[in-house]
Write a protein that binds this ligand. Sequence first.
Ligand SMILES: *Cc1c(COP(=O)(O)O)cnc(C)c1O
Length: 229
Amino acid sequence: MITENLQLVEEKIRMACQRSGRRREDVTLIAVSKTKPVSDIQKAYAAGIRQFGENKVQELDQKIGQLPADIQWHLIGHLQRNKVKYIAGRVSLIHSVDSYRLAEEINIHAKKRNIRIPVLLEINAAGEESKFGVRPEEAAELVEEILPLDGVKIQGLMTVAPFVSNPEENREIFRAMKQLSVDIAGKNYDNVSMDTLSMGMTNDYEIAIEEGATMVRVGTGIFGERVYV
Ligand SMILES: *Cc1c(COP(=O)(O)O)cnc(C)c1O
């Protein structure tokens, strides 16, 4: 089932790229494997997927040790400062930086390892109470605060769009995210890139691609519904 799902998702990504005049290689598919067993990840791995997303540090920590070393792991969920030490140097990208204090903690662990840790700033694009992330109008300020932390490499923005029945409802949000990343890129901050725009999930990744997503995070569409116990 996972293999078939991946083929379908791949086809939809390809079509969305075609519709919007984008190249397929400019969009990275992240398979969101949270709550799913290692055996499911192995199936997706066998089908060629190398980028996986998890939202909990402990689960990520357990899975990394059981899976091939050439997997690139993405931390996509809210990150508590006291958990940074468990993932520093082990994930290829942290998508969920939404405060200076968190960036500061990431910086400490980067310095210890003599590395720069790539991060995205999480934006609460629709201003939902229940969501993490900074408001769009605070994003440039957060970039400026984080700039002096040379263990932290800002690579772009991430958002979790609202859950909507019709994905078209999120088009404006994705468009505004793209514009925000262009605006911040236009400020030409040293050592800040806005190359990555992580947006779009199972319900709305095609729209997100049409509006400029460079990473889409697809869970249910690949692994099926999640069961929380
Ligand atoms: C769970 C999750 C996803 C994937 O959601 P689906 O709707 O299952 O595709 C993407 N991004 C984040 C941050 C998530 O927590």
